[in-house]
Design a protein around this ligand. Structure first.
Ligand SMILES: NC(=O)c1ccc[n+]([C@@H]2O[C@H](COP(=O)([O-])OP(=O)(O)OC[C@H]3O[C@@H](n4cnc5c(N)ncnc54)[C@H](O)[C@@H]3O)[C@@H](O)[C@H]2O)c1
Ligand SMILES: O=P(O)(O)OC[C@H](O)CO
Length: 320
């Protein structure tokens, strides 16, 4: 079994480290030759995971042509996947490609596995998602994630290849549910960050999380997901983690927005593009998504945070 990770950001590096610690050799690809050389020399990714050593059986490269493995983990941000695969997808025509990202493509409205399948129709596409901070995985702290793949046999194989002593994978064939849970929770986490940042209180945050979960389930059901997937690690589990921790970039981004502070534009905040992609679906009457819609409107500077709160509080009273 060979594993390769495309993308030497925080998550890709953490996955490479934990899988390699389990004894499987891993090739880790970085798009920058300087970054790859730096990691190979210092045996750590000081840009994203400082202080965590790369095991000996992790080989770092910037040569995309050197990336051949029967299991490829694609750990680059959602909005970059279609472009990356349009350029490089021909190299990965067969085998399994596991998306390690969370979001909805702003241009196509597709999720990670459909984006992979569109570019690499001969490959098996899967997604690895759920509650985990890269640093926790890299430190070997216990973590549980969802591995979703429509092909049951491939799901079992990937589950066993990618599970480690500290990273426990649960499998499902419901890719729609798994990827919608991961994508939508980021938007709700931004809303929760705004809530705390703007001083609206922890009770309000609990309301946003709960009603946010209701709209996540509503859209997922409408798009054919299984309800139990949304209640699992990739949905409720990741929502709970991301909405309550300042280690989350989506939550911290919302926090900064609520406090009218600036936020480091170099950080990956998947929920910002996802909010806009999903708000479009909501406008097409796919499902009622009030929190996601106001997050998108705030991010597009169409309404203020005060107006967003007023819009949510003035909605007609209804049954829970
Ligand atoms: N960091 C975490 O704790 C964590 C946990 C679970 C899931 N994720 C998910 O993993 C995905 C990646 O996040 P991350 O934390 O690793 O982000 P990151 O910002 O740390 O790394 C992103 C990596 O992608 C590379 N990249 C960006 N654009 C690229 C392109 N066009 N072509 C090739 N490479 C490109 C960057 O060079 C960088 O190495 C996100 O979807 C995120 O939601 C992250
Ligand atoms: O830092 P965030 O907000 O991208 O969250 C990281 C993971 O998605 C949490 O599961």
């Amino acid at each position: 079994m060979s594993v390769a990770v495309l993308g030497a950001g925080a998550f890709g590096t953490a996955l490479a480290i934990t899988i390699a610690r389990g004894g499987t050799p891993v090739t880790l690809w970085a798009r920058s030759a300087t970054h790859a050389e730096e990691m190979a020399n210092t045996r750590q990714n000081s840009r994203r995971l400082p202080g965590v050593e790369l095991p000996e059986n992790v080989t770092v490269t910037a040569e995309i042509g050197a990336m051949s493995a029967n299991t490829l983990l694609l750990a680059i941000p959602m909005q970059q996947i279609a472009g990356f695969l349009a350029k490089n997808g021909h190299r990965f025509a067969s085998g399994a490609i596991v998306a390690c990202c969370k979001g909805v493509d702003l241009e196509t409205g597709l999720g990670p596995t459909a984006t992979i399948s569109a570019a690499c129709p001969g490959a098996v596409s899967a997604i690895l998602t759920g509650p985990s901070f890269a640093i926790d995985i890299a430190r070997g702290l216990p973590t549980a994630l969802t591995l979703a793949c429509r092909d049951e046999a491939a799901a079992r194989r990937l589950q066993s290849t990618l599970s480690t002593e500290t990273l426990r994978l649960y499998r499902t064939t419901d890719t729609t549910g798994a990827e919608l849970g991961g994508a939508l929770k980021n938007v709700i986490a931004i809303a929760c960050g705004v809530t705390i940042g703007a001083g609206l209180g922890e009770s309000a945050r609990a309301a946003v999380m709960t009603r946010g979960f209701a709209e996540m389930q509503r859209l997922a059901r409408q798009l054919g997901a299984q309800p139990e997937t949304l209640s699992g690690l990739s949905g409720f589990g990741d929502l709970a983690l991301t909405c309550t921790s300042e280690k989350s970039r989506n939550f911290s981004f919302g926090l900064a927005l609520g406090r009218a502070e600036t936020f480091d534009a170099g950080k990956t905040v998947e929920g910002a593009a996802t909010a806009r992609a999903v708000a479009r679906l909501a406008r097409q009457n796919v499902a009622e998504m009030p929190i996601t819609s106001v997050v998108a409107s705030v991010l597009e500077n169409r309404i203020t945070i005060r107006e967003a709160v007023e819009a949510l509080l003035s909605r007609p009273l209804k049954e829970e």
